[in-house]
Design a protein around this ligand. Sequence first.
Ligand code: S3P
Length: 450
Amino acid sequence: MSGHGAPIPMMSRKGAPLKGEAHVPGDKSISHRSLILGALAVGETKITGLLEGQDVLDTGRAMEAFGAEVVNRGGGEWSVHGVGVGGFNEPANIIDCGNSGTSVRLIMGAMATSDITVTFTGDASLNGRPMGRVTDPLALFGTQSVGREGARLPMTIVGAKNPVPVRYTVPVPSAQVKSAVLLAGLNAPGKTVVIEKEATRDHTERMLVGFGAELSVEDTDEGRVITLVGQPELKPQTIIVPRDPSSAAFPVCAALLAEGSDVLVPNIGLNPTRAGLFYTLQEMGADLTFENMREEGGEPVADLRAKYSPDMVGVEVPPERAASMIDEYPVLSVVAAFAKGQTVMKGVKELRVKESDRIDAMAKGLRAAGVAVDEGPDWWTVTGLGVGNVQGGITAESRLDHRIAMSFLVMGLATNKPMSVDDGGPIATSFPIFEGLMADLGASVTRSNT
Ligand code: S3P
């Protein structure tokens, strides 16, 4: 089930080499933050290149419910008239975040220190995911919450009337949790300090500084210590959203696996907190190069060129790299199936609480397609068969998870028999142009009933 309509069965098969340029959409993490920080600034924030995927649209709708004005000006241009830090109205209705963990967790943080009460819900995937990781630190500000068993949605958050600043060490490597605490700290007096033992994506920190907040980061023995001075006046910004490395992963991996391919994926952010997959692929022997390396908006950016790579080998991905490629393990496991030897992925417990249990979802589909997978609570291995040796010919469950659906569709471009997924609908959450973009490259990725 796509959660937003009838399931859309899809399939992919081996065919022509992939050629051309793949212009992937805007970064999902930065798009969410642009709308939320825009809503918390005073005045008009202008955004170019916003990802118009369902997850981000759900964040936009939520910001309107809190009183901001969110305007789609067409062609990827959006503007947000913000209400200022502490200016959120109480929404008149339940906030439905659909499939999006980033929406619900960041918005919970953003409203937690305002004197308002908000009820959140989502689709079956989101309502199964743990929210205690966010509500625990928010309680330290004075926020209350009531949810279903195991701190699951639907959940009501009662914002703190008189918030106090907090000092919090994030117990799991999660940019969503870190960001929720920082956004809550915006409307608390004094300094809020967040400590993360492992660096996770740092867009919230970078963008808060851009919006004029006083925020500093120090690397210490305790970890990354982030200090935010509360109750700033955020100044509206003009934001150009870079293209999403997590979406780039799909055409890049497709090109590595489909015989004869040569694909350019321009303008991809290589922020070190996001680029782990590309370095891993290079270690595996992928013909993947970074062209025209440059800096844009304070971030390293490059055009990625990926060519068919029949001689990749399995590698061990170190646990300390996990946070920088956490959304890319599903598609990495597909590439690993076509490499020679074993790929070992450790320190990846977080994969079990994403839009689906991503280790379980990939392991089931890979095994059914003839690939050996071994797994434990926080690790898994894929034993590669080499190109030309992966059978395929199955229908995998996408489990309301866009990245699972896209991973199996990439896989089908190189398996001996076509691969199908029961529902490609969730792809629209992060990569609404996936089907057309893959078709333009020459890939056979189609709806099964067409
Ligand atoms: C995100 C953080 C990550 C990632 C998600 C986007 C963000 O989640 O998986 O797709 O924008 O902060 P976690 O914080 O749960 O690791």
